[in-house]
Design a binder for this molecule. Structure first.
Ligand code: PLP
Length: 372
């Protein structure tokens, strides 16, 4: 016989999901209503307003897609790119590689700008790629590379693309609400995120925003968007302005309640205060890790406060350590991804997980496990 599933109480300090607060969980447990109910339509408008606040944008087309961050990535590419287009894609970790896959599946060509995993995207290489490919339509990069714990200079990269008349696709899955992300001031065109990282809401939704230039590119396409579900021309009919919302798909109503609550909490805290909290908690964690003899992998100016890549010390077993942290301390930390597997741990301090209690729990757990 199967029975009700009661999950263990974990402390989530990996690359996401992060800890979901009791307040957000309670919001998700409220009664389900129809996705075209006038009360729900009012909530949709407020979610859009709060997302504009979080993204620091006035873009009208700023909505939560009903699918995880990966669908945000896919929506960005399938809507902007048409067969035969060229996109310059920066890769300095796992997620840049997924961008390349997306470009190619659109029938477009990806010109890759490669940087070492652990370094930021090099703007000089990007400038050279733009000069060599003046007809490229899009520059795509990851603002906060969760696989390596590295921030890239999104403002500078957007400026380079804009000066060349290119559109930008910015992966802000891990950056939104954790570090500064100024969509309008930086001139970013399509920026997507996820709910389970620094927003600390339920996994499974991708906030996304489109500039007026991006919308113009989408409405003037000559080929249909290859994905019916992610075609923004259709989704605009459901999430667009005004009362006449057309059925496109059934929104994940209760997950939207949760997202709304997490955005309210962000607004109450304030964006700058949230960034400062992430930064201060990162500093506290880094100093505690240093006391344990653990080294951070990324050069200081490019470290993400919400994702700390830690070198695994000589002689310590990656998987065995993480298993003991989980079994004995209910603590989840992340493994290295791709070429960093077995070499690094990734300790997340995202959203609600970025908290002094978690830092102390994490440091004492590591101390105990590494000593044994
Ligand atoms: C987590 C993550 C994604 C994918 O998000 P999912 O919600 O897991 O699909 C994409 N890009 C980056 C940088 C991420 O950290």
């Amino acid at each position: 016989m199967s029975s009700t599933f009661y999950p263990p109480q974990r402390t989530l300090m990996g690359p996401g999901p992060s800890d979901v607060s009791a307040r957000v969980l309670a919001a998700s447990a409220r009664p389900t209503i129809g996705h075209l109910d006038p009360e729900f339509v009012g909530l949709m408008d407020d979610v859009k307003r709060l997302l504009q606040f979080a993204f620091q944008t006035r873009n009208e087309l700023t909505i939560p897609l009903s699918a995880p961050g990966s669908a945000g990535m896919e929506a960005a590419f399938v809507n902007l790119l048409e067969p035969g287009d060229t996109a310059i894609v920066c890769q300095n970790g796992v997620f840049g590689g997924r961008m390349k896959e997306n470009v190619e599946r659109c029938g477009a060509t990806a010109v890759m700008v490669q940087d070492r995993w652990g370094d930021p995207v090099d703007p000089e290489k990007v400038a050279a790629a733009i000069a060599a490919n003046p007809n490229a339509k899009v520059l795509a990069f990851v603002h906060a590379e969760t696989s390596t714990g590295v921030r890239s200079d999104a403002e500078q990269l957007c400026q380079l693309a804009k000066a060349a008349g290119m559109l930008t696709i910015v992966d802000a899955v891990t950056s939104l609400a954790g570090i500064d992300l100024q969509v309008d001031a930086w001139g970013a065109d399509v920026v997507y995120s996820g709910t389970q990282k620094c927003l600390s809401s339920l996994p499974g939704i991708a906030p996304i925003t489109f500039s007026a230039d991006a919308v113009a590119a989408i409405t003037s396409r000559t080929h249909k968007v290859q994905s019916w579900f992610l075609d923004m021309n259709l989704i605009m009919g459901y999430w667009g302005e005004g009362a006449k919302r057309a059925y496109h798909h059934t929104a994940p109503v209760n997950a939207i309640y949760a997202l709304h609550e997490s955005l309210l909490m962000l607004e109450e805290e304030g964006l700058q205060a949230s960034f400062a909290r992430h930064r201060d908690n990162h500093t506290a964690l880094a100093s505690g890790l240093a006391d344990l003899g653990l080294e951070l992998a990324v050069a200081e100016p490019w470290r993400l406060p919400q994702l700390n890549a830690v070198m695994i010390p000589e002689g310590k077993d990656d998987a065995a350590t993480r298993s003991r942290l989980l079994a004995d301390f209910n603590l989840e930390v992340g493994a290295g991804l791709g070429e960093l597997a077995g070499k690094q741990w990734r300790i997340g301090l995202m959203g609600s997980s970025s908290h002094a209690v978690n830092i102390n729990r994490c440091l004492s757990a590591f101390e105990a496990v590494l000593a044994s």
